[in-house]
Design a protein around this ligand. Structure first.
Ligand SMILES: *[C@@H]1O[C@H](CO)[C@@H](O)[C@H](O)[C@H]1NC(C)=O
Ligand SMILES: *[C@@H]1O[C@H](CO)[C@@H](O)[C@H](O)[C@H]1NC(C)=O
Ligand SMILES: *[C@@H]1O[C@H](CO)[C@@H](O)[C@H](O)[C@H]1NC(C)=O
Ligand SMILES: *[C@@H]1O[C@H](CO)[C@@H](O)[C@H](O)[C@H]1NC(C)=O
Ligand SMILES: *[C@@H]1O[C@H](CO)[C@@H](O)[C@H](O)[C@H]1NC(C)=O
Ligand SMILES: *[C@@H]1O[C@H](CO)[C@@H](O)[C@H](O)[C@H]1NC(C)=O
Ligand SMILES: *[C@@H]1O[C@H](CO)[C@@H](O)[C@H](O)[C@H]1NC(C)=O
Ligand SMILES: *[C@@H]1O[C@H](CO)[C@@H](O)[C@H](O)[C@H]1NC(C)=O
Ligand SMILES: *[C@@H]1O[C@H](CO)[C@@H](O)[C@H](O)[C@H]1NC(C)=O
Ligand SMILES: *[C@@H]1O[C@H](CO)[C@@H](O)[C@H](O)[C@H]1NC(C)=O
Ligand SMILES: *[C@@H]1O[C@H](CO)[C@@H](O)[C@H](O)[C@H]1NC(C)=O
Length: 677
């Protein structure tokens, strides 16, 4: 009964969704409702309405005072109340008040609870706090709405404070935030994908990643200004697009399209929120600002940074992932010539050694880049292999054969102990000439992109683990830092190497640490942090001296989202749109997991559950009728398996090299029951 009553109350409080609930004058083009609904909906952080209010009030010393709405009275110069939205949000705030006296009302914003008070955390690039917005209090009753240009893209806490030379008392009776992200969606909860497992922490992490990506989907007119403003912050720059929504790096900052970040963000967007249109718009900006040499921007307008081979190649890989997911042949057609130019731009950097020689040495933040670097070579390998698939889809089989051949030469070269492979250590050196470190990025990508020999993957995966401390995996190539981007690559790398429990443990260790941190947003994926647990990602490396500059909602840190779908639930697409697919679950230490996503062809989902007596599992799946796929399920070698498909015993083959049973199946909804002794 109690549950029933609560449900009724909640429904009554939520304003009806209407066309007006998209951002400002944006036309609503998003989905009306979620593709999948079920018990996992309770993990979805996205609010049911675009207009939200703080959940509670804290004192200036961050002590809990009360819920909100409830009386919130500021009195006298320097008085502060902190309003907690209880999760990451972003947009335009309106404060309604009744006042006695005169002076100014200050508004300051922060993602972390560590920096509440009269100064906002840092987003403007000065590596010092952004300051505050001020409203003149002139009337007895009034309201203040922050100017659009002062939009705050990512925060959890809003500090309101008074400055007065005489006396001022302010009764804050309403605060409303109009959410600016995911601008074309009237229903912010209408995800195309879902995830649900027997592990509560993983469920929360998956939805925190999905929500992070949503907060990174913005109207391209609300980017961060550049050159950096000299006072406070400004988020009214155009990001080089006339579309309605694009993907930026982080919701607070930089609010700019950074192409390398797409390498992790795009696969995760495609299987979670399912905002394919936003991905396409973002890739279109890359093509629109491509140089005549073929080079893609590292960061789009207004930053307009170039000179990064790794980011250039990440764009090309993300482009492949988008086409594979959507079968958007129209986009392939209109961009194919530019894509080929982009390929030429990097292929010509492969020298007589067969290795890629990186000259565009800007990268994600690693201490150095350039030359025959391992990370850059693994990106080049994947660019060629994914380019080969694209060439096939574009009807150019000759090109496909050509790029495959270049890829295999490069793979042989990078794996040679004379070049990048460190045989005595059992992992890749940073480059052919630098054995001082064995990088997290290059080694993770070697696993993720099949860039090494099968008999080396176990050693690489084990060596990566030696960088772990008790809160995450520190990157040797950016000492004393734990980076959400490279850790995402590592998670996927362990899964590609079939080290599933290790991958899940890293997700729990690093993303779990942040999500359970009392100073965090409790709802998003942080850009990175220092190995000692302070939030100052890169603050110790001379890049910034301000711990508060770190972004707490950064798409490049959302690797667990695609990893849990593609490897743990185990669904991947093997031809554009998913006419063919593979279902290869990895159990790790879980009892059960399920999940799915949507493509223009239809909905893809699977659910597995292990038998408690450890003698088999059920695996159900529901794929588009006109599709077919390869099911591959780990079964201990030497055991005799019985496979029952929809109550009928079926034949299967056993692949000894991966210790898995395999069978081809058609689309539709089916259940496999697999038992072994
Ligand atoms: C008001 O408080 C601020 C700090 O909150 C302080 O800097 C300022 O000097 C105070 N002004 C007066 C008139 O006391
Ligand atoms: C507040 O009032 C002062 C004095 O009238 C004025 O100079 C200032 O521009 C006003 N600030 C805002 C934000 O309106
Ligand atoms: C101020 O607004 C409050 C809340 O809407 C209302 O109760 C009160 O009557 C208003 N006071 C004046 C002076 O308008
Ligand atoms: C307080 O007085 C100082 C000095 O006249 C002035 O600069 C400041 O703007 C005043 N503050 C407020 C909040 O009115
Ligand atoms: C950022 O904002 C602060 C506070 O207004 C200001 O002191 C600083 O100069 C600004 N930095 C830049 C680079 O504009
Ligand atoms: C794009 O499609 C048109 C019409 O089908 C075709 O003529 C053209 O060759 C295609 N271009 C590419 C690059 O595939
Ligand atoms: C990995 O690459 C080799 C060629 O080097 C290829 O034969 C193999 O099929 C690839 N494995 C996967 C899983 O793609
Ligand atoms: C690893 O596999 C390669 C072929 O893929 C083979 O040439 C090599 O001898 C193997 N190395 C070991 C140590 O087994
Ligand atoms: C996060 O939010 C959940 C749900 O409100 C709460 O139970 C949990 O204590 C919060 N965790 C932190 C670290 O704030
Ligand atoms: C909170 O801020 C203090 C003071 O700047 C700093 O020492 C501490 O490391 C910060 N905590 C985190 C988690 O960043
Ligand atoms: C294990 O449990 C399943 C269902 O719970 C049952 O069908 C099966 O016979 C059991 N196997 C063994 C070996 O006990």
């Amino acid at each position: 009964m109690l549950i029933l009553c609560l449900a009724i109350v909640v429904t009554a409080l939520v304003p009806p969704l209407s066309a007006q609930s998209c951002w400002r004058d944006t036309v609503c083009t998003g989905p009306a409702q979620a593709s999948f609904s079920g018990p996992w909906d309770r993990y979805n952080y996205s609010p049911p309405s675009r207009r939200v209010k703080p959940a509670r009030i804290l004192s200036s010393s961050n002590d809990y005072i009360s819920g909100f709405p409830s009386p919130a009275i500021l009195s006298g110069n320097g008085s502060v109340l902190v309003f907690d939205f209880a999760q990451e949000v972003g947009g335009i705030v309106t404060v309604a008040y009744s006042a006695q006296g005169h002076g100014s009302l200050g508004l300051a914003f922060t993602e972390s609870k560590n920096w509440t008070g009269e100064w906002s955390d840092d987003s403007n690039g000065s590596f010092g706090p952004d300051g505050a917005l001020y409203a003149n209090i002139t009337s007895a009753n009034g309201s203040y709405t922050m100017p659009d240009a002062k939009l705050r893209g990512g925060f959890r806490y809003l500090s309101l404070f008074l400055l007065t030379n005489s006396s001022l008392t302010l009764d804050v009776f309403d605060i409303t935030l109009e959410i600016s992200f995911q601008p074309t969606w009237s229903n912010l909860r209408a995800y195309g994908g879902y995830f649900y497992s027997s592990d509560e922490t993983l469920n929360r992490i998956w939805y925190a990643g999905a929500y992070t990506l949503q907060t990174n989907a913005i109207s391209p007119g609300t980017g961060r200004e550049y050159p950096l403003v000299s006072e406070g912050w400004m988020n009214d720059a155009n990001l080089g697009s006339s579309a309605s929504s694009v993907f930026i790096d982080g919701s607070k900052r930089d609010r700019t399209i950074w192409s390398g970040d797409l390498g992790v963000a795009v696969p995760s967007i495609l299987v979670s929120t399912g905002d394919d249109v936003g991905v396409r718009n973002t890739l279109q900006v890359q093509f629109d600002f491509q140089k005549s040499t073929g080079e893609f921007p590292m960061a789009g307008p207004p930053l307009n940074f170039y000179g990064s081979d790794p980011y250039h190649m990440s764009t090309m890989i993300a482009y492949h992932d988008y086409i594979l997911q959507t079968n958007d042949m129209e986009f392939l057609n209109t961009t194919w010539d530019k894509y080929k130019l982009a390929m030429t731009f990097v292929i010509q950097k492969i020298d007589s050694t067969g290795l890629f020689y990186c000259t565009g040495a800007n990268d994600w933040g690693r201490s150095s880049q350039g030359g025959h670097n391992s990370e850059a070579n693994m990106l080049m390998y994947r660019t060629l292999v994914s380019g080969s698939s694209l060439a096939t889809w574009a009807g150019q089989p000759d090109l496909s054969v050509n790029w495959d051949a270049v890829a295999e030469t490069l793979k042989t070269a990078v794996n040679s102990p004379k070049n990048n492979w460190d045989a005595s250590f059992g992992a890749f050196k940073d480059s052919d000439v630098d054995a001082s470190i064995h990088p997290q990025d290059g080694n993770s990508l070697a696993l993720l992109y099949n860039g090494t020999l099968t008999n080396r993957t176990a050693s690489i995966s084990a060596k990566l683990m030696t960088n772990w401390n008790d809160i995450g995996a520190a990157a040797p190539e950016l000492p004393n830092n734990i980076c959400g981007f490279t850790s995402s690559l590592e998670v996927m790398g362990h899964l590609a190497a079939k080290q599933s429990t290790r991958a899940l443990n890293l997700i729990r260790l690093s993303w779990g640490w942040y999500l359970n941190n009392p100073l965090g947003t409790n709802s998003s994926a942080i850009e990175g942090y220092a190995a000692d647990g302070s939030f100052g990602y890169r603050a110790t490396t001379g890049y910034s001296n301000d711990l508060s500059y770190t972004s707490h909602a950064h798409g490049w840190s959302t690797g667990p989202v695609s990893a849990l779908i593609n490897y743990v639930v185990g669904i991947t697409l093997t031809s554009p749109g998913g006419k063919t697919w593979a279902l290869k679950p990895q159990f790790g230490d879980l009892d059960s997991a399920q999940g799915g996503f949507t493509t223009p062809l239809g909905m893809f989902s699977a659910s597995w559950s292990l038998m408690a007596n450890n003698s088999g599992l059920t695996l159900s799946y529901d794929m588009p009728m006109e599709s077919s796929g390869l099911v591959s399920v780990p079964v201990p070698a030497g055991s005799k398996a019985i496979v029952i498909l929809d109550s009928v015993n079926v034949a299967y083959s056993y692949d000894h090299s991966i210790q898995a049973i395999e069978l081809w199946v058609g689309g539709g909804a089916h259940e496999l029951f697999i038992s072994y002794d």
